[in-house]
Design a protein. Structure first.
Length: 378
């Protein structure tokens, strides 16, 4: 079998170098970008093509396998060069790193998705399908091979697993921690290992010594003849806070199967969109805000401004302080005189050029298309 053979677009054989196996993803993206480079595109056109076409090329692959970090970085590097106008013959300045561009527009970015983060969201979706639907063909195949006598949440990587199974196992943590079980008959939900009590975090409760077994399921707390909670056993096993939470969980008279829900969607079903959004939110909390204008409503004002997309992009660059002024070029290692060539007085940065330079203000306010901004405004 050819080492690079594929079936239905997916690789069939995996070696030690996963980056080499998935190199065809990079080639697909490069082939698409190379065709775009021959056309004259505006910033708005580039943004649309990157979001609608380039970022969607590896979606099918990412929903099945975890792409290597090197492969994701290489693709993002291609898209960054395309966005800033670089090619194999000339390299232009990248004024902002791809991670910052990937932030939402309300946070000062452009909303370009990270391939690594979106890959995780796709794998979370596949894991969710295996966890929530035990009757699907995919679930039956994986269960017979990797967890025949238990549930997927208790499954291990196992002996000589496939790369698809390894990828799913790496996507388990977040889905398990943010999933919420709705109690039916309680036979598949473990008390001390599954998130089954509303208002508590996972793992929800601590086990008291000599009361209930560590692997006990919720069904052990239900009197099935009467379809009621075993109040005496619950009160003897948990503290008052947990007892109140458990007794507030309704029990259906029919005792249906237990159901897992996703608390970040109104439909209770996991979605790639909500998973990716949650991942971005968690990442943004760890990033220190590096710009004084970030966190304000300036980004909303820019993108809601009634004007051409080219003006939106210019205002975004101005607010992000990535215009090619002499001061910014000097920060990028280009040796040049930083004095403003218009007035020969101050240093040419964005603040001077648009607020304090008398020559620039005279030209700006006399222009028939100029936006008349008060001279002392920020």
């Amino acid at each position: 079998m050819n080492a690079h053979s594929r079936y239905l677009g997916l690789p069939m054989k995996f070696g030690r170098s996963k980056k080499e196996v998935f190199s065809f993803v990079q080639k697909r993206v490069w082939k698409k970008i190379k065709g775009w480079k021959e056309k004259c595109l505006s910033c708005a056109g580039k943004e649309t093509l990157i979001k609608a076409v380039a970022l969607a090329i590896p979606n099918y692959i990412m929903s099945c396998y975890k792409l290597p970090e090197g492969c994701c970085d290489a693709v993002e590097g291609m898209l960054a060069k395309f966005w800033w106008g670089s090619d194999e013959y000339k390299r232009k300045i990248h004024w902002m790193r791809w991670g910052r561009l990937g932030e939402t527009k309300k946070r000062g970015g452009l909303g370009f998705r990270s391939f690594t983060d979106f890959n995780k969201a796709f794998l979370w979706k596949q894991y969710w399908r295996l966890m929530s639907d035990n009757n699907s063909l995919m679930s039956s195949i994986f269960k017979s091979r990797y967890f025949p006598r238990t549930s997927i949440s208790k499954a291990t990587v196992g002996f000589q697993p496939s790369y698809a199974w390894r990828s799913l196992m790496k996507a388990r943590d977040l889905v398990e921690s943010d999933a919420q079980w709705v109690i039916g008959n309680g036979r598949t939900v473990q008390i001390f290992k599954d998130n089954c009590i509303p208002g508590t975090q996972s793992p929800p409760i601590q086990r008291a010594e000599g009361t209930i077994d560590e692997d006990a399921v919720v069904a052990d707390l239900i009197i099935h003849d009467t379809r009621l909670w075993d109040i005496e056993r619950i009160m003897a096993s948990f503290n008052s806070f947990i007892v109140k939470r458990i007794l507030n969980i309704p029990i259906s008279f029919r005792l249906p199967d237990d159901k897992v829900t996703w608390k970040w969607e109104k439909s209770d079903e996991f979605s790639v969109r909500s998973g990716h959004h949650l991942l971005c939110e968690n990442k943004s909390k760890e990033v220190v805000e590096s710009s004084s204008v970030r966190g304000t409503d300036i980004w909303k004002q820019i993108w809601n401004f009634n004007g051409p997309r080219s003006v939106h992009n210019f205002l975004w660059r101005l607010a992000s302080n990535i215009l090619p002024t002499r001061c910014n070029l000097s920060k990028k290692g280009i040796s040049l005189d930083q004095t403003c060539p218009l007035c020969n007085y101050g240093m040419e940065d964005s603040n001077h050029l648009f607020l304090h330079c008398p020559t620039a203000k005279a030209v700006w306010f006399s222009s028939p298309i100029g936006i008349h901004i008060p001279p002392n405004s920020v």
